[in-house]
Design a protein around this ligand. Structure first.
Ligand code: GLU
Length: 463
């Protein structure tokens, strides 16, 4: 018999002072407990004890020289979590909060997310406590080069393929790729999120945000709802938030908030194409703050030090960072009549917030399912690199849409009570779910992601 509480005690003892990692493991094991107890083969040979242990963790010193000639030191990490179904794959995060607990939670979730995409990618994550804010371009480049001076010996197109995450965008991937190429003297698909002219994929920048909306549309269909005319609160203003906004407004929704770590803007008229262009430039060229949105567009208001969850909306899309919605925020969202929460960020809802959604029976998509579009197109970028070919925007977008629909089907399949078989109609809507079944997307994503990784591990012996 598998007892999730007892198992969590073991994990806690083995991993002291890693609250985020423990939180991710708790969300996982509590939701898969009944499944494990009716599929005992997954309880043999300490499979679970192995699956929560990263295969390898590399920690290293990143020294670099700032513009004033001072030597700065940061911590560098790569957590190679699981390679059962493919090379380690996952982003690099540059943010002052980065530590081992955060990277282990991200790597752990990444393994199941990548499995859900249906593509052959293992799970990994890395990064640094380097804060890219207020750094010159030269400082960013020197930092990236120093980071790669160590990382290059641990990665490779068939070993470990990093990409971007918070604080790592096209510019950083460029500097990292340039240094890797120089050190190894080879041009390979060792990183994803590359520029279009040098091996990048169409739709990669858009993929996480677009994929989130494709998933949301599928989820809404199960309750005979649609996106048109819905008001949406989005947090964040980076890559994920921008392209979630773009796709949501294209499909007829009204996005009324965006945010950053300082506060949020509320625009009752809704973000339109022109305003979104301003945000894209603000973030990628000026590296400015979202406050400037409210200074630029009359009618928009800025709320310093606050999060957008107090605004009355139909749909909430957290696209900023972990634990940005706590129990109190979730209660406010529910009281204000939210019908769906879909996560663009990784673990943006605390486990207590998730309980609030579940008790209120609103639609809730955990990040490892709904934000998998980014890494999915990274997987497509790897395929294109191996083929030495580039697919068109339309082709990649179509593949992304199909992948998100399939992830939705998988999560419903394993998230429905008793794992009942369901009929899928032409549109991909699942007949009769509303009246017949309740879908637990947390359970569905966890079991759906777990099975493939666990089967591969079982087949590969005690490794
Ligand atoms: N950092 C993204 C994620 O959380 C993308 C990873 C990738 O493309 O490898 O899934």
């Amino acid at each position: 018999m598998f007892d999730s509480l007892k198992f969590l005690e073991y994990v806690k003892k083995k991993n002291p002072n890693q609250p985020e990692f423990l939180q991710a493991v708790e969300e996982f094991v509590v939701s898969v407990e009944p499944f494990l107890n009716s599929n005992e083969k997954y309880l043999n040979k300490s499979l679970l004890e192995r699956i929560i242990e990263p295969e390898r963790v590399v920690m290293f010193r990143v020294p670099w020289v700032d513009d004033n000639g001072n030597v700065q030191i940061n911590k560098g990490y790569r957590v190679e979590f699981n390679s059962a179904i493919g090379p380690y794959k996952g982003g690099l995060r540059f943010h002052e909060s980065v530590n081992l607990s955060i990277l282990k939670f991200l790597g752990f979730e990444q393994a199941f997310k990548n499995s859900l995409t249906g593509l052959p990618m293992g799970g990994g994550k890395g990064g640094s406590d380097f804060d890219p804010h207020n750094k010159s371009d030269g400082e960013i480049m020197r930092f990236c080069q120093s980071f790669m001076n160590e990382l290059y010996r641990h990665i490779g197109p068939n070993t470990d393929v990093p990409a971007g995450d918070i604080g790592v965008g096209a510019r950083e991937i460029g500097y990292l790729f340039g240094q890797y190429k120089r050190l190894r003297n080879e041009f390979t698909g060792v990183l994803t999120g590359k520029g279009l002219e040098w091996g990048g994929s169409n739709i990669r920048p858009e993929a996480t945000g677009y994929g989130l909306i494709y998933f949301l549309v599928e989820m809404l269909k199960t309750r005979e709802e649609e996106l048109v005319g819905k008001t949406v609160a989005i947090s964040g203003s980076g890559n994920v938030a921008q392209y979630a906004t773009e796709k949501a407004i294209e499909l007829g929704a009204q996005v009324v908030t965006l945010s950053d770590s300082n506060g949020y803007v509320y625009d009752s008229a809704g973000v339109d194409k022109e305003k979104l262009e301003f945000v894209k430039k603000l973030k990628s060229v000026k590296h400015g703050r979202i406050k400037e949105y409210a200074e630029k567009f009359s009618g928009a208001e800025y709320f310093e030090g606050k999060k957008p969850w107090e605004v009355k909306v139909d749909i909430a899309l957290p696209c900023a960072t972990q634990n940005e919605i706590d129990e109190k925020d979730a209660k406010v969202l529910v009281e204000n009549g939210v019908i769906a929460v879909a996560e663009g960020a990784n673990m943006p809802s605390t486990n207590e917030a998730i309980k609030v959604y579940q008790e209120a029976d609103i639609l809730y998509a955990p990040g490892k399912a709904s934000n998998a579009g980014g890494v999915a197109v990274s997987g497509l970028e790897m395929s294109q690199n191996s083929l030495r070919m580039a697919w068109s925007r339309e082709e990649v977008d179509q593949k992304l849409k199909e992948i998100m629909k399939n992830i939705h089907k998988t999560t419903v399949r394993y998230g429905i009570d008793e794992f009942a078989d369901v009929d899928v109609n032409e549109e991909g809507a699942l007949e009769g779910i509303r009246t017949k079944y309740k879908v637990d997307y947390v359970k569905g994503a966890n079991i759906g992601g777990f099975i493939k990784v666990a089967n591969a591990m079982r087949a590969q012996g005690i490794v």
